[in-house]
Write a protein that binds this ligand. Structure first.
Ligand SMILES: Nc1nc2c(ncn2[C@@H]2O[C@H](COP(=O)(O)OP(=O)(O)O)[C@@H](O)[C@H]2O)c(=O)[nH]1
Ligand SMILES: [Mg+2]
Length: 284
């Protein structure tokens, strides 16, 4: 277990992540280019300071992934914010982004390829794919490799070991397990990671999370909840959740709204974009 929650607070459990960071550190020297996969809905939370330290001065391509679930204007603003580093908004589950990603990697490795070529050698640049759990690292690799080469899951922690994948004899990709910050900058940031499935659901409280997300959406996307459930936020997320439960037919014995079940359904809807394309963290 990586993170613990006492209901209100998501707390750090250091052992496992330290091991993942060590794996990333150890393999960093092999990499010519880093693909840093961010969830386009929460880029700030995805920018783990430990990664910046591990990357050092290596060239980085930021992928604002799951762009299909994020607000397009916010993703563009994030691309601008990340420059002069290379940054692309992508939907890794769609093959149409493959060409643009390969082009960026080749450009970032151009110096190294040229140096080898001067010596008459062919060179396949090595690219390491990193990011917090569940941002789509393995999906990016599979999309580039055109096959199910890296294990994908809709929960954190699916990628464990070390897996190299070669793409069209042009680049080698190394998948890495996701690493969360050793300490979240804030509980808000920890909750954001949880909303998008970056923290295991078994260590968070669904109703607690859902109420916090309802409160955030009331400000960020005031029509989203009404649009999906016909429930106009009343100022009390707990009451809203009960009304969502009623709207979804989540009822317990004794005709009581089942808030826990509604909370899980609501969070799932958010994760799948059914509440709209919502970016929780803006670059400004
Ligand atoms: N909607 C959407 N889902 C994605 C995208 N990329 C990955 N996913 C899904 O996100 C989940 C996590 O993907 P995975 O590649 O295993 O993430 P990893 O933990 O970073 O390796 C899976 O259910 C993927 O199908 C995307 O661009 N859009
Ligand atoms: Mg993975």
């Amino acid at each position: 277990m990586r993170y613990m929650s006492d209901g209100r607070n998501i707390q750090w459990f250091p052992g496992h992540m330290a091991k993942t960071m060590r794996l990333i550190d150890e393999n960093m020297r092999l990499a010519d280019v880093i693909i840093y996969v961010l969830d386009a809905r929460i880029p700030d939370t995805c920018l783990n300071p430990a990664f910046a330290k591990a990357i050092g001065v290596k060239p980085v391509l930021y992928l604002l992934n799951k762009a299909d679930l994020a607000d397009p204007a916010a993703s563009l603003a994030w691309e601008r914010r990340l420059r002069p580093a290379a940054a692309l908004s992508v939907t890794a589950t769609m093959s149409k982004f493959k060409h643009a990603i390969l082009k960026e990697i080749t450009a970032l490795a151009a110096d190294k390829i040229a140096r080898r070529r001067e010596k008459g050698l062919n060179y396949t640049p090595k690219t390491m794919v990193i990011g917090i759990p569940n941002t789509g690292k393995s999906t990016v690799i599979n999309s580039l490799a055109g096959a199910r080469r890296a294990a994908v899951g809709d929960r954190p922690g699916v990628t464990r070991g070390k897996q190299w994948v070669r793409v069209e004899d042009k680049i080698d990709l190394l998948d890495m397990p996701g690493a969360l910050p050793t300490k979240f900058e804030s509980q808000l940031s920890a909750r954001h990671a949880a909303y998008v499935g970056g923290i295991n659901d078994t260590v968070t409280d669904a109703s607690e999370l859902a109420c916090a997300l309802l409160a955030e959406l009331a400000v960020l996307a005031p029509d989203a909840v009404a649009g999906r459930y016909g429930v106009t936020p009343c100022g009390s997320p707990l009451q809203d959740l009960e009304r969502i439960a009623a709207a979804l037919g989540c009822i317990k014995l004794g005709a009581v709204p089942d808030s826990d079940r509604a909370a899980a359904a609501f969070i799932d809807d958010f994760r799948k974009g059914k509440l709209g394309r919502i970016t929780l963290e803006r670059p400004y």
